[in-house]
Design a protein around this ligand. Structure first.
Ligand SMILES: [Zn+2]
Ligand SMILES: [Zn+2]
Length: 149
């Protein structure tokens, strides 16, 4: 999906949920849609300040909270960064494949992994409240770049 298609779909979801997709929220969404991987809050703030000099850290965090709440964005805890999700569903469980060389993030939505985690947690009497599986390594581009050297 292109950035404008993503934005259009996000607008439709917000309309359906009665959520307010304000200009700032749309702006942050667009920055994330344009990024190939996860982006840190301060990088987003820098980009936002280029359009709106008055933007402050709370502006970004409020926008990110909203986008996470709507299921548009996942937080990558291990990078303290944010990545756009094109599933547009609040309930899905994500696994993220993160390239440590170029920062590319690929989201997979594997039900078997999710189910296995639930069962393993259950066997240990553990109740999962939130889970995003983060897997680090090298993407296929970076693997071939390394092989070329
Ligand atoms: Zn997702
Ligand atoms: Zn890579």
């Amino acid at each position: 999906m292109t950035e404008s298609q993503l934005l259009k779909q996000a607008r439709a979801v917000c309309l359906e949920n009665g959520a307010r997709f304000t200009p700032v929220r749309e702006q942050v969404f667009s920055f994330l849609a344009a990024a190939p991987g996860a982006v840190g809050a301060y990088d987003l703030l820098n980009q936002l300040q280029a359009v709106d000099a008055k933007a402050k850290p709370p502006t970004i965090y409020r926008a990110l909270d909203f986008l996470i709440e709507q299921g548009f964005v996942h937080k990558v805890e291990s990078q303290n960064a944010y990545v756009l999700c094109s599933h547009f569903s609040k309930q899905h469980k994500a696994q993220l494949l993160i390239c440590d060389s170029c920062g590319f993030v690929k989201e997979i939505d594997n039900k078997t992994i999710h189910q296995a985690l639930l069962e393993a947690a259950d066997n240990n009497g553990f109740e999962i409240q939130k889970q995003t599986v983060e897997v680090h390594g090298l993407c296929s581009n970076c693997q071939s770049a390394a092989a070329d050297q």
